[in-house]
Design a protein. Structure first.
Length: 319
């Protein structure tokens, strides 16, 4: 892996983060209201001109937008993500509390998707055109077609109403307090997200496996007398895993910020729910910094994926 390849990917990642920061800052300023309105509500209308100017100076709203942006960005780069006006605690503390929940949910969902999707995709590819292939592809289409919140709602309805089982009703329990109850609370949310991931991974694995199977180097490997098992799992699977690795990295990054509906349905205090609550309460500092942290994790994961599949297939560096 060349230094040029790494620096190119790193530069692209930093530009992406800067673009996200600009986008979030601008969009939030286009929404009616400000920190003063969010803090005081309808009482903000009773402020005198002197009081409003004092509060605008306190929140930095009297500065030009570009100064506000770079002031906020500078604070973020030094580790100061701001403070929540309602709770009075730092945004970094709020993110530190919510991040482990979202990471655990994302990891469990991804594991479910990989464990189901990869073997199913290989199984379907090795039986192309036969009944198992049709069944596997149907499963993939169903997984992609049904939204995860529908799956989550269905699971809650069946287990809670029919069996009286809903471990999330008592409130989230972290794994270091009660690992068994924590896994029970994470089971249904992970399945809700994992089914969709499994469908996407299965279809990608099947297509990549079939495509690689027709490559000349596979015929060469067979001609050299390698066993069918070695050709399948070493030659074909390794090369077919590159697109699967790519989509897995993208999907994992998406899970870190795209689980808001599932977190809301199952009452999980993760990053998605934190952002949703902050938007409703007009907590600009919380929304800005949390979205930027989510974007940073997404970019870092995709950077690692780029470096990883460049390690798997060095030819990618040339592109």
């Amino acid at each position: 892996m060349t230094r040029r390849f790494f620096l190119k990917r790193l530069g692209g990642a930093l530009l992406t983060l800067f673009g996200v920061a600009v986008f979030v800052f601008v969009v939030l300023r286009l929404i009616p209201g400000d920190e003063i309105t969010a803090m005081l509500g309808i009482e903000s209308g009773t402020l005198t001109e002197v009081q409003r100017r004092a509060l605008e100076s306190y929140f930095g709203l009297d500065e030009p937008p570009i100064s506000q942006f770079f002031g906020w960005l500078g604070n973020v780069m030094t580790g100061n993500l701001g403070y929540s006006m309602r709770s009075g605690v730092s945004v970094a503390s709020l993110i530190a509390d919510a991040l482990p929940v979202t990471i655990e949910l994302a990891v469990l969902s991804m594991l479910f998707g990989i464990v189901i999707g990869v073997p199913t995709g290989i199984f379907a590819a090795t039986r192309q055109g036969k009944a198992p292939d049709v069944v596997a592809q149907s499963f993939g289409l169903i997984g992609l077609a049904i939204p995860n919140f529908v799956i989550g709602t269905f699971l809650i309805t069946i287990t809670a109403s029919q069996f009286g089982y809903f471990p999330n009703a008592a409130g989230y329990v972290p794994p270091w307090e009660d690992l068994g109850l924590n896994l029970q609370q994470m089971l249904f949310p992970a399945i809700s997200l994992g089914i969709v991931l499994a469908g996407s991974i299965m279809r990608t694995m099947r297509s990549a496996f079939l495509e690689v199977s027709t490559e000349p180097f596979v015929r060469t490997a067979r001609g050299k007398g390698l066993s069918r098992r070695r050709v399948k799992w070493v030659v074909i699977f390794r090369n077919a895993s590159i697109p699967v690795l790519t989509i897995t990295g993208i999907q994992f990054g998406y899970l870190l910020g795209g689980t808001v509906v599932i977190e809301q349905i199952f009452a999980l205090p993760g990053l998605g729910r934190l952002v949703l609550t902050a938007i409703n309460q007009r907590e600009l500092a919380v929304v800005q910094s949390t979205v930027l942290v989510i974007a940073a994790m997404f970019v870092i994961i995709n950077l690692l994926v780029d470096l990883l599949y460049a390690r798997i297939d060095p030819r990618i560096e040339i592109q």
